[in-house]
Design a protein around this ligand. Sequence first.
Ligand code: GLN
Length: 563
Amino acid sequence: MGRSTKYIFVTGGVISSLGKGITAAAIGALLECRGLRVNFLKLDPYINVDPGTMNPLQHGEVYVTEDGAETDMDLGHYERFTHAHTRQANNCTAGRIYHRVITKERRGDYLGGTVQVIPHVTDEIQLAFVDGSQHCDVAIIEVGGTVGDIESLPFLEAIRQFRCKQERGDVINIHVTLVPYIRTADELKTKPSQHSVAALRQIGIQPDILVCRGEIDMPDDIRRKLALFCNVSESCIFGARDVESIYMMPTYFRGQNLDGRICELLNIWSKEPDMEAWERVRDIIRHPDHEVNIALVGKYVKLHESYKSLIESLNHGGYANKSRVKLHYIDSEELESLDSEGIAKVLDPMDGILVPGGFGVRGTEGKIAAVRYAREHDVPFFGICLGMQMALVEYARDVVGWSDASSSEFSETTGHPVIHLMAEQENVTEKGGTMRLGAYPCILKDGTHVRGIYGKREISERHRHRYEVNNALRGELEAAGVVFSGTSPEGDLVEIFELPSQKWFIATQFHPEYQSKPTSAHPLFASFIAAALEHRRARGEVGGGAEGCADGSADGCVEGGAE
Ligand code: GLN
């Protein structure tokens, strides 16, 4: 293909949560299977500069990129579905755009001018389009929110202007919309999509492709009707029926030749896609050999999106073992109200226990109780970030005998702050973007469990935390059986600890879940699920194929296992 970057803008109509992000990611996957380099940009219409300071219960997980940007969780989908390396430039909020415009205004860049949404804000948005589209053949740019929202108007206007400036055939618009099925009338309804396309056209954007989310496959007469009323060619209208797992979307869209149509519209000559990896994933999801029960003990369990990357990584670990992971969300605060018998009742059916990251003291004693149960019963245990910190606190209290052990995040007076703030964090006053963020190198100690799992000595993993293991107490913890198996190259930051006395007990200060893909599971997740299967086998519970999941949710079958 030629040199210039091609642009695909993805907008959403009718309602939110239609799977725009998954659609964008699946399109990226298909184009990558055709040998094209893709990259993504997510535009969010809210005023926060980034989602870093938002409660995950509001906005789902904060996804952290390699360069330490705190971004929208759609970037996680993009990285899981493709090999794109996203960075700060790949996520931009209205707040960030306004911040840039206001900074320029104060600096005097617009001296003499009245600063306005058009052209100043829309120009800045177009700069973001270009910034987020580096090093790729095709840039997929997704606009958050729904067409018709006041907030997304400047973004849509910027798309309109941008398209006018590009060559014909270099830009297309894909509109993801809803075609609801009315059960009582046994009918699919096109009216909401008609309205949403009309709203888009009113602001000067004619969609080239419609992706219609619905409960059932789209019959031809509905396709014809949509084509007629939305001014879109019939061959450019695609169905997006609910499927068992998001990872079926690449093969599902391929079955309708969505990628072929996109390439025609964008004048891209490429090979036919190689779908082998996605077909393999699809087949495992449909016909897993085993099932494994994993407990996720956290405090944001009411909104599963808060743990999106983690849940997906557990799924990937399942695929690596031809297994279905059945996740059990356990509210750490609820564990606090139970005695040891009650805790055993909740955790005994589990083949593996995972304590994820988090902030604040609420629920931490419940997390510690879950760690204790895993350690005392030798259940495979995986601690991540706050989960790692609480695992160390548990060991310090129960095995080393420091009953007051804690993290200085939760207790300023403890005599044994096994987790504490390091000097550079003590002077931090602003909360936004000031944690230890992004990828850091880590050296694995020879002969340890993690060294064997990774199969190499130096790794790089992403971080998002303020607190660290207290070096002053490391010696005594080591003497009591803790192995600090991964550290920073200088050795001053603990990145992983493990307990060799246990079958599988690994706790990481970093978040491995940001680097796992369905087509290549992160080694720690693949190994954790393998250990959980082994634990289940040892209890005589493995056997027979698991039922393929068919909960009808578009979001993967793991959530179907929620309690
Ligand atoms: N609250 C802890 C810290 O800031 C852990 C953060 C996390 O789990 N992401 O260090």
